[in-house]
Design a protein around this ligand. Structure first.
Ligand SMILES: NC(=O)c1ccc[n+]([C@@H]2O[C@H](COP(=O)([O-])OP(=O)(O)OC[C@H]3O[C@@H](n4cnc5c(N)ncnc54)[C@H](OP(=O)(O)O)[C@@H]3O)[C@@H](O)[C@H]2O)c1
Length: 401
C-alpha cells in the first residue's frame, strides 16, 4: 500500500471509529440511564449492594469486581466532588473519556493545544475552555489525573507535569510502564498522592464499542501508593466509570510484565512469526499463495480461532476432523517445547527492562512516525499479506474500504 493509500486508509479508519463513537440507540439509552440516575433520589450507602466475588480460576482463588457492584447512582455519588482530568486523547483517552462522560462523571480533557488530539476531542464534543484544556490547565483543575498520554510521552512530559500533581489529587495510569520502569522513564510519583491503575484488556476503541453495546471490557486494577486508604476502592470505581464490565486485581509490576510479554508473544509478535514461518515452508514446497494463505491465516481467523474464543481449545479440536485432531494433538507438545525457550528469553527481556528501553528509544525518536511507517510497510509488502488481500476480497461479505 502506498503512503497515500495508507493515509487514506487511516482516515477511513478514523471515520469508522468516529462514527462508532456517535451514540447508538443502546448508548443513548445508557446515557439516559446515567442522567436519570443523576436525578434519582439519594440512596444511603448501607443500601448499596456489595458483590465482590472470589472465583476459582482453575484451582486458584481470585477476587473479581463487577460493574453490578457499582450501580450508577452509587458511582455518581462517589465521584460527585471529583473532576476527572483525562490527559491525552489517543485510543484510551477517547474510549475511557466518553464512557466516563456518558456515566455522568465530571470529565475534562487535557491535550496539546492545536495538536491532532485537540481536534479529535472537539469532534467528540469536548469544548475548549469548558471541558477541553491545555494539559497543565487540566491537571490544575482535576482531582483525579488520568495520565493517558502515550507511554513515551508520559516520560518526556513528566518533569513539567510532576509539580502540578499536588497533595490530595489521585494519579491514575492505564499501564504500569512509567512507574515500574522508573529508572528509565524517570516517572517518580509524589509521595502524597494515591497512585492507581486501571488497565483495560483491549484497545480504547473496544473499550468504547463494548460500552455502547451495554457490555464492558475486562480490566485489571492495581495500587502503587495508597495515601488515603481508599486507593483500591477508587481504582475499582474508576474502572467501572470508564466502562469495565469486570475487574481483576494485579500489581503495577505484574500488569506491565504480562502486558509487554503478551503483545510481543502470542498476541502480536508471535502470531506474525508463526504465520510467516508456516506460510513460507508451504511456498518453498510448491504450494500456491492462495493455498498457503488459506491453510495458515484465513482458516485460523475465520473459522478456528473464533471457536477457541467462544468455547475453548478442546471444543475447537472436537469440531475438527479426526485426522486434523490426531495431528494437532501430536504436534502441540512439539511446538510447546520449541517455543518455551523463546518465551523464557522474552520474559527475561521484559523483566530486566530491555524491552522498555528499546521502546522508549524508538518512540522518542524525532523520526518515530516515518520509522514505524517503514517497518509496517515492510510487513504489508510481504507476500503472505499481499496474498491475503486477494483472499479477503473473495469473501462474499467483502467490502472495499
Ligand atoms: N492502546 C491500547 O490498546 C492500550 C490498552 C491498554 C492500555 N493502554 C495504555 O493507555 C495509555 C494511553 O495509550 P494510548 O494508546 O491511548 O495512547 P496513544 O494513542 O499513543 O496516545 C497518544 C496521546 O499522547 C499525546 N502525546 C504524544 N506525545 C506527546 C507529547 N510529547 N506531549 C504531549 N502529548 C503527547 C497525543 O497527543 P497529540 O495528538 O497532541 O500528539 C495523544 O493525545 C498508555 O499508558 C498505554 O500503554 C493502551
Amino acid at each position: 500500500m502506498s503512503a497515500v493509500a495508507r493515509t487514506a486508509a487511516r482516515t477511513a479508519l478514523r471515520a469508522v471509529a468516529r462514527s462508532a463513537a456517535k451514540p447508538s440507540v443502546a448508548s443513548r439509552s445508557y446515557s439516559l440511564l446515567a442522567r436519570a440516575a443523576t436525578a434519582a433520589p439519594k440512596v444511603s450507602q448501607a443500601q448499596w449492594p456489595r458483590g465482590i466475588k472470589t472465583l476459582d480460576f482453575a484451582g486458584t482463588k481470585e477476587v473479581v469486581y463487577e460493574r453490578a457492584d457499582w450501580p450508577l447512582p452509587k458511582l455518581q455519588e462517589y465521584f460527585k466532588n471529583d473532576t476527572l482530568a483525562l490527559i491525552g486523547y489517543g485510543s484510551q483517552g477517547h474510549g475511557q473519556g466518553l464512557n466516563a462522560r456518558d456515566n455522568g462523571m465530571n470529565v475534562i480533557v487535557g491535550v496539546r493545544e492545536g495538536g491532532e488530539s485537540w481536534r479529535l476531542a472537539q469532534e467528540d464534543g469536548w469544548v475548549p475552555g469548558e471541558t477541553l484544556f491545555p494539559i497543565e490547565e487540566a491537571i490544575k483543575r482535576g482531582s483525579i489525573i488520568m495520565n493517558l498520554l502515550s507511554d513515551a510521552a508520559q516520560s518526556a512530559t513528566w518533569p513539567a507535569l510532576a509539580p502540578l500533581i499536588t497533595k490530595g489529587k489521585t494519579l491514575y495510569f492505564s499501564h504500569g510502564f512509567s512507574v515500574v520502569f522508573k529508572d528509565d522513564t524517570k516517572v517518580i510519583p509524589p509521595t502524597d498522592v494515591d497512585v492507581i491503575l486501571v488497565a483495560p484488556k483491549g484497545s480504547g476503541r473496544t473499550v468504547r464499542t463494548l460500552f455502547k453495546e451495554g457490555r464492558g471490557i475486562n480490566s485489571s486494577i492495581a495500587v502503587w501508593q495508597d495515601v488515603t486508604g481508599k486507593a483500591k476502592e477508587k481504582a475499582v470505581a474508576l474502572g467501572v466509570a470508564v466502562g469495565s464490565g469486570y475487574l481483576y486485581e494485579t500489581t503495577f509490576e505484574k500488569e506491565v510484565y504480562s502486558d509487554l510479554y503478551g503483545e510481543r508473544g502470542v498476541l502480536m509478535g508471535g502470531i506474525q512469526g508463526m504465520f510467516k514461518a508456516q506460510y513460507e515452508v508451504l511456498r518453498a514446497n510448491g504450494h500456491s499463495p492462495s493455498e498457503a494463505f488459506n491453510e495458515t491465516v484465513e482458516e485460523a481467523t475465520q473459522s478456528l480461532f473464533p471457536l477457541i474464543g467462544q468455547y475453548g481449545m478442546d471444543y475447537m479440536y472436537a469440531a475438527c476432523s479426526t485426522t486434523a485432531r490426531r495431528g494437532a494433538l501430536d504436534w502441540a507438545p512439539i511446538f510447546e517445547k520449541a517455543n518455551r525457550p523463546v518465551f523464557e528469553a522474552l520474559y527475561k527481556s521484559v523483566r530486566d527492562g530491555t524491552e522498555t528501553r528499546k521502546s522508549l528509544e524508538f518512540n522518542n525518536r524525532d523520526t518515530y512516525r516515518q520509522d514505524l511507517e517503514k517497518e509496517l510497510k515492510e510487513i504489508d509488502s510481504q507476500e503472505i499479506w499481499r496474498a491475503g488481500k486477494v483472499v479477503r476480497s473473495l469473501r462474499p461479505d467483502y467490502k472495499q474500504s
